[in-house]
Design a protein around this ligand. Structure first.
Ligand code: ADP
Length: 496
């Protein structure tokens, strides 16, 4: 390519319309399961009408159509759920032998596998994520977490050698909308394995797969009250945090709400773990396998619409390779298929809610106002629902809002560095510390970077890979405590 052509192709504006084959639509079927028109609260092993007598509509963000009505639990409902969880803890679950507990958890895992297709479709319809993500990532990983922790239930003395291990009691768990079933699995599986009972509060925009999980829990014959699911919005979560008889709070969500929860739990008996926001650096050195790195970058920020706390939203490129990286990135985002999340070819689905879309739009406008250069795909977006075209910025300053604040959308900020030291300094220049990525041929450089990056999870020459055996959690304002792996049991046990 001539210098002139190169310059022309790197001019800011819409991303090049690289070759994109038209695929015939390949829609996942939705007629193999039936949703309830209304879901009540799951308390004491039964679905019960909320004390509030209020239900809210949960929608499909790709079409804005209502999927179902869901109960809005109030403080009385939370209290009823906590009392059931306490009763089940004292009378049943803490006395259930570890190997019996394991059998129930295995059963839940098997039932998730059996119903995987329906769960994947509903996850996509309620959350907006592409079916290939929910089918290949969310649902299999949720089952894998239950299988993994079922294996630990009768081996806790090996997880914590030479210690006496006891459960904590009643756990209140609050989860976000980006991985609804998977976040429920991350929280429920280790708590159950360690002998705790639970009140779970799903996110208000994505409650449906948690309620399908409640049906699975009934089918698995888990003793009533061991798992209770109370739907509602922030006030329902706040009531759970404020309840006197909750022994432990586990929260995944925004840093802002996390701080509020930490203040509410301060000075109480409650144990606390928080998994909060992120602004992950993805660092590409000049010796990295570029095409592989581009796929990792794309996977890290565009799949799942950037609705991932560990999304690689700050790309640090070594200055000598900036031109080919930007060119390849621009070509590659031009091939991303944005649209109906139920289409098996879709790469980028719908934004989860109108509020989230507005937040993305506001931050992207700030990037333009602060002088960064924007590249956006020129794909056509559906007229109904919430959508945002894959976007990246070059010429981003370290202090720009798009380099500092979590966007939680398909928006990447590209920055540069010259030396590994400069990369480290810039990458660590954030209040967050959830995850990071390093792309280089040199193993020694990977190890050196991994030691100095202030982040809980570091991927080398890959991105966004998860496994139940591997702990996940943050540094700094990304929170504390770990989920996954043997470390994920620690918040749910008392050791003596
Ligand atoms: P996000 O920005 O990812 O939506 P939030 O922190 O707003 O994250 O929400 C994550 C979860 O926390 C949701 O289930 C939400 O209902 C709940 N939540 C919101 N506000 C509060 C609060 N004050 N106390 C407890 N839970 C809350």
């Amino acid at each position: 390519m001539s210098e002139l052509e190169t310059r022309e192709r790197l001019t800011p504006g819409p991303a090049s319309s690289a070759i994109q084959w038209d695929y015939a639509p390949s829609l996942e079927a939705t007629d193999h399961f039936k949703l309830e028109s209304r879901y009540d609260l799951f308390i004491g092993g039964k679905f019960v009408a909320p004390h509030s007598k209020r239900w809210f509509q949960t929608i499909n963000p790709a079409t804005e159509e209502t999927l179902a009505e869901v109960a809005e639990g109030d403080a009385e409902d939370v209290d009823r759920a906590v009392r059931e969880a306490r009763r089940a803890y004292e009378k049943v679950w803490r006395k259930t032998s570890p190997s019996e507990r394991a059998k129930y958890i295995f059963r839940i895992a098997r039932l998730i596998q059996e119903k995987a297709r329906a769960l994947a479709v509903v996850e996509t319809m309620n959350g907006g994520k592409p079916i290939k993500e929910s089918r290949d990532v969310d649902i299999p990983l949720a089952a894998a977490h239950f299988f993994y922790y079922a294996g630990w239930a009768d081996k806790l003395e090996y997880a914590f050698p030479n210690r006496n291990v006891a459960p904590v009691g009643v756990a209140g768990q609050i989860i976000p909308w980006n991985f609804p079933l998977l976040m429920a699995a991350w929280k429920l599986a280790p708590a159950l394995a360690a002998g705790n009972t639970i009140v779970l509060k799903p996110a208000e925009t994505t409650p449906v797969t948690s309620l399908m999980l409640a049906q699975i829990i009934q089918e698995a014959d888990l003793p009533p009250g061991v798992v209770n699911i109370v739907t509602g919005a922030g006030a329902t979560g706040a009531a759970l945090v404020a309840h006197d008889d909750v022994d432990k709070i586990a929260f995944t969500g925004s840093t802002e709400v996390g701080k509020r929860i930490q203040r509410a739990a301060a000075g109480t008996k409650k144990k606390l773990t928080l998994e909060l926001g992120g602004k992950a650096p993805n660092i590409v050195f000049e010796d990295a396998p570029l095409d592989q790195a581009i796929e990792g970058i794309i996977n890290g920020i565009y799949f799942n619409q950037g609705h991932v706390c560990c999304a690689g939203s700050r790309l640090f490129v070594q200055e000598s390779i900036l031109e080919p990286v930007v060119r390849k990135l621009r070509d590659r985002i031009g091939t991303l298929r944005v649209g109906n999340p139920l289409d098996k070819n879709t790469d980028v689905g719908a934004i989860n809610s109108r509020a989230q879309l507005e937040k993305i739009q506001e931050l992207v406008s700030s990037g333009v106002e602060e002088g960064a250069e924007m590249y956006q795909t020129s794909c056509s977006l559906p007229t109904r629902g919430f959508w945002f075209a894959p976007t990246f910025f070059t010429g981003v300053g370290q202090s720009n809002r798009i380099a500092q604040e979590e966007i939680f959308g398909p928006v990447l900020s590209v920055l540069t560095f010259r030396t590994p030291e400069e990369a480290l300094e810039k990458a660590n220049n954030t209040p967050y510390g959830l995850s990071a990525g390093v792309w280089t041929e040199k193993g020694s450089r990977i190890l050196k970077m991994a030691q100095k990056l202030r982040a809980g999870v570091i991927w080398a020459n890959t991105y966004n890979k998860f496994d139940p055996t591997s702990p996940f959690g943050g540094f700094k304002e990304s929170g504390f405590g770990r989920e996954g792996g043997v470390q994920g049991l620690a918040p749910y046990v008392q050791l003596s």
